[in-house]
Design a protein. Structure first.
Length: 579
């Protein structure tokens, strides 16, 4: 099976980031050999007895010092990290940690922090750093132990960060994290960060009553705590409470000048489709900060969602005048004009969208309108102007133009677009791949092969291209051994890829290696139960005499799509029309 290169909905920013905080603190200042702790001596912030340096470590430590003086920080860090694991002097580990944090080497920092936590159990900051770095590395189960050490040493910990990625953990790891957070909550019942973490935990476990109860300590300390208010609201929404916004709404009324809290409230309302209430809050925010483009954009999205196009248009035009979120503003202006039937104005607006998340969709939407024009030059002029205006996006625009023409069955014009694009970008693998697929579709197997082999001259280990070429040779030639070699190479590069498993199973079928074909195609079908794979697996089972199994697989496809071309083709060739 060829793996071909692969909508957009209204999105209002969610307030979840407020709950997590930052997993790892930043702001480390640059170390120097003169200002970092002296190995085996006294640091600037602590006193301890000098530690004799073993002879085997003397040279590496001196080499590290010279490396730091010469600003070879990578070498200095490597040597210090190695030595901090050998020596029992916390000053070496502390020095390695400082340097690792300065050069943003998380792995070295984690190694040094974990070592320092062992060598100096009173260093709560080291345990807190190890906890944060373990969370960043996705090792929350290990982080729990360091969270306890850091807290016992008097450090403040970012306990809510312990819940990052919780839903992806294995059940045993989830239980470890659950036990750890509950133990922290029992040991430190007045710690607001831990209370937030416990509430996040119970929300994740769908223990909504417990999640709400865990926030009581936070509200007792501060009835206006933003994190707790947002989390409380989310819990009430999860548990289908009839008045989920009551507490946060009351807090906003108590603090009418708290812009940040009002924004969280507005976002929660919008994200849960309470658009009228959200709009009222964003209007207050806009009046408070009339030049804040984010407020204008949120208002525009709300009005757009409710098809209040005049109001949305006004906000979007104001954004453009402020020169804020310009590409998004032009994109949604294009959407409005398209939905109201002003196609010429819509195309003009889409054409104003510059390189951004909306760029390709805007130009695709404009092209989809122009494709129906009686004058084919309209589309060509549009893309020519777009490439002139956005020269750094020209390659992508050639590809988009060709693909749109191909989708519209205008294959000759699509080929011209591919040819023109490849002439301008002869090493463009997306353009070469796209033209290869079009050539195959037109029966030009030699041209298809030439384009795919050109890609392989640039990237010999391109699994997608190796698979595509092998699959095409399987279907269009009798060069099965060569095809099998190409697909085997692709599978070695991308093991477990269902499309490649299907291709290899199919070429093995062509070679008469039916048992191997069945194994591969069964594995592919388990991963990717699509009609093309079902057709291949069914035909292989049929050839092996397992006709009832073959019919079951084909029947699953035909039950959903009675005229599926892949399965109907097999049935025609085999004369199996009793399904």
């Amino acid at each position: 099976m060829k793996r071909l290169p692969t909508p957009i909905r209204l999105i209002l920013l969610a307030p979840a980031a407020l709950l997590w905080g930052c997993a790892v603190s930043s702001g480390t200042t640059a170390p120097s050999a003169a200002h970092m702790p002296v190995v085996g001596g006294k640091s600037a912030t602590e006193e301890h007895l000098e530690t004799p340096i073993p002879s085997d470590s003397l040279y590496p430590l001196m080499a590290a010092e010279f490396a730091l003086r010469n600003r070879d920080l990578a070498l200095g860090l490597q040597l210090l990290t190695e030595q901090c694991l050998i020596l029992t002097d916390p000053a070496v580990a502390r020095r390695a940690l400082q340097l690792a944090e300065f050069v943003n080497n998380d792995q070295a920092a984690l190694t040094a922090a974990m070592r320092l936590a062992v060598l100096d159990p009173t260093d709560a900051a080291a345990s807190a750093t190890a906890m944060s770095l373990l969370i960043r590395a996705g090792a929350t189960e290990q982080a729990i132990a360091y969270a306890s050490k850091a807290k016992a040493g008097g450090a403040r910990i970012n306990a809510p960060a312990l819940m990052q990625g919780f839903e992806k953990l294995e059940p045993a790891a989830q239980q470890t994290v659950t036990t750890g957070i509950e133990s922290l909550a029992a040991a430190y019942p007045d710690d607001l960060d831990i209370a937030i973490a416990q509430s996040l935990l119970y929300r994740q476990l769908k223990r909504y009553s417990d999640a709400g109860t865990a926030l009581a300590v936070v509200f007792s300390a501060n009835a206006n705590d933003e994190r707790a208010l947002v989390l409380w609201t989310q819990i009430q929404l999860d548990s289908a409470n009839s008045t989920p916004f009551e507490r946060i709404g009351q807090a906003v009324e108590r603090q009418r000048d708290n812009e940040k809290l009002r924004l969280q409230y507005a976002r929660l309302l919008a994200a849960n489709e309470h658009f009228d209430a959200a709009r009222a809050q964003f209007l207050i925010l806009k009046d408070t900060s009339p030049r804040n483009g984010d407020y204008l954009f949120s208002l525009a999205l709300i009005d757009y969602e409710q098809q209040q196009f005049d109001a949305a248009r006004s906000s979007l035009q104001a954004l453009i005048a402020l020169q804020q979120r310009v590409d998004e503003a032009w994109y949604y202006l294009g959407r409005i004009e398209e939905q109201t039937g002003n196609l010429t104005t819509s195309v003009e607006a889409y054409g104003q969208v510059g390189p951004s998340r909306e760029f390709i969709d805007a130009h695709r939407r404009a092209a989809s309108q122009l494709i129906t024009s009686n004058d084919p030059r309209d589309l060509e002029v549009f893309f020519s102007d777009a490439r002139h205006k956005n020269s750094d996006q020209a390659e992508r625009l050639f590809l988009l133009e060709a693909e749109i023409l191909k989708e519209a069955q205008l294959r000759s014009r699509a080929m011209t677009a591919f040819d023109t694009g490849i002439a301008a970008y002869p090493s463009s693998m997306p353009l070469l791949y796209g033209r290869a697929m079009l050539r195959e579709n037109q029966g030009d197997i030699a041209g298809m092969e030439a384009d795919l082999r050109t890609i392989l001259t640039y990237d010999a280990n391109n699994a997608t291209t190796l698979n595509a070429l092998g699959y095409a040779l399987t279907n269009s030639t009798d060069r099965y051994e060569e095809a099998a070699g190409l697909i085997e190479q692709a599978l070695a590069l991308s093991p477990g890829d269902a499309a490649i498993l299907d291709s290899l199973g199919w070429v093995y079928f062509k070679l008469g290696r039916l048992t191997e074909a069945r194994e591969l195609l069964t594995e592919a079908y388990d991963i990717l139960p699509e009609p093309e794979v079902a057709a291949h697996l069914g035909e292989t089972l049929w050839a092996l005499g397992e006709r009832q199994e073959a019919q079951k697989i084909w029947h699953r496809v035909l039950r959903v799509d009675p005229q599926n071309a892949y399965v109907r083709d097999v049935l025609d060739r085999l004369g199996a029309h009793d399904l």
